[in-house]
Design a binder for this molecule. Structure first.
Ligand code: IMP
Ligand code: MG
Length: 184
């Protein structure tokens, strides 16, 4: 696969090391997740909330595999404060237009790393009285010291490497790759 995408192997001084999850494996797992989600939800309104930007490709593939009525909205979150260390505070740059009260909320995230973003968002969303609140993550590094809530739906256990593609970026590059690769 990498040989077909030679021009993508080096972007912004970064090189792809290896393909970790190829497009076919991702498609298969997303189909399975769609079935799991379809079966898991009882009657009631389901709102699928994508956390931008990283989840945009995953979310668009996933919702097409969920066979029940649903609505889609997005969240854009940013960490507070200066510096490169995550402060753990999260500010919403875009807050969903849709009311969350009384709905089943499925928060869709690209990857769970330290879990800080998700911990803050979960706390914030719980305050809005949804009927239920669950997490669907494509990837999970399993390195978080504390998770407020585990992902009820998970695509893959991820290696501890830095991953790009299928929505995940490094300095905004590589999001468009149809597979997930690690950087050198
Ligand atoms: P957390 O708050 O440390 O869990 O950070 C999660 C966010 O950091 C994800 O939504 C991603 O946008 C980003 N991130 C964490 N690990 C990676 C990675 O390996 N590749 C690309 N982005 C990542
Ligand atoms: Mg990112």
């Amino acid at each position: 696969m990498l040989s077909e995408t030679g021009s993508l192997r080096q972007t912004g001084g970064q090189k792809l090391a290896r393909v970790v999850f190829d497009a076919e494996s991702i498609a298969r797992r997303v189909r399975e997740l769609g079935c799991e989600i379809t079966e898991a939800y009882p009657e009631g309104e389901l709102l699928v909330l994508g956390l931008l930007k990283g989840s945009f490709i995953f979310l668009s593939d996933l919702v097409r595999r969920i066979d029940r009525p649903l609505q889609v909205d997005f969240l854009v979150a940013a960490s507070y404060g200066a510096g490169t260390m995550s402060s753990g505070s999260v500010r919403l740059l875009y807050d969903p237009e849709t009311k969350l009260e009384g709905k089943h909320i499925l928060l869709v995230e690209d990857i769970i790393d330290t879990g800080k973003t998700l911990n803050r968002l979960i706390t914030l969303l719980r305050e809005r009285s949804p009927q239920s609140l669950e997490i669907c993550a494509l990837l999970h590094k399993h390195i978080a010291e504390h998770l407020e809530q585990e992902a009820a739906f998970l695509g893959f256990d991820a290696p501890k490497a830095f991953l790009v593609g299928y929505g995940l970026d490094h300095a905004e590059n590589f999001r468009h790759l149809p597979y997930i690769a690690s950087l050198t």
